[in-house]
Design a protein around this ligand. Structure first.
Ligand SMILES: [Zn+2]
Length: 186
């Protein structure tokens, strides 16, 4: 599996989705309760599981990664973000040049077939975090503003004014609540 170092927007999206699967972020449930859910998450984000079947150890590894990634993005200081993201990928390496069908090349990092899925995901999270620090700045790492949500997100939008970790869920709830409040007061 190769992760392009220039595709940080996709990687940051995966990172945001991963941290918000944690129990307590939304409705209290762990959105990665078992390997079936992990498999669905990986497919949804186009991350190959590698040579072996997903096992309990993979799930444990991904949950640990989820917690450490959240710790990294909760502290939007550039130096802390860089050292935190770099430590996620300790043990991985092999920067290379990936060349696509059209002959265009981009910097990439390779994860071997036997690399466990948690390390594959860690690589994606690190690319997302580092790419955003480099291109958009540390101010793009923010907590969700919905009062009933404890999620966090990386804002890769052009204007940089995103407010919710899951706009379709937290954002909608806030809009509905505001609408109800307005209707009541009139
Ligand atoms: Zn939220």
């Amino acid at each position: 599996m190769q992760v392009s170092l220039s595709d940080y927007v996709r990687a940051a999206g995966v990172t945001t989705d991963l941290v918000n699967t944690a129990p307590g972020v939304w409705s209290g449930m762990d959105k990665l309760p078992d390997t079936t859910a992990l498999d669905a998450f990986l497919r949804e984000h186009d991350i190959t599981a590698g040579a072996h079947e997903l096992a309990g150890a993979d799930l444990d590894g991904v949950r640990e990664l989820r917690a450490s990634t959240r710790t990294v993005i909760d502290n939007p200081d550039p130096a802390q973000l860089v050292s935190g993201a770099t430590s996620l990928t300790a043990g991985l390496g092999s920067p290379t040049l990936a060349i696509d069908e059209t002959g265009l090349s981009s910097w990439a990092v390779t994860a071997g077939e036997n690399t466990p899925v948690a390390q594959r995901l860690a690589l994606v999270c690190a690319v997302g975090i580092l790419g955003v620090v480099h291109t958009l700045g540390a101010g793009r790492f923010r907590p969700c503003v919905a009062p009933t949500c404890s999620g966090a997100f990386i804002d890769t939008s052009r204007p940089g004014r995103r407010r919710y970790c899951m706009p379709g869920i937290c954002g909608n709830r806030v809009n509905v609540a505001n609408h109800r409040a307005r209707t009541r007061s009139t």
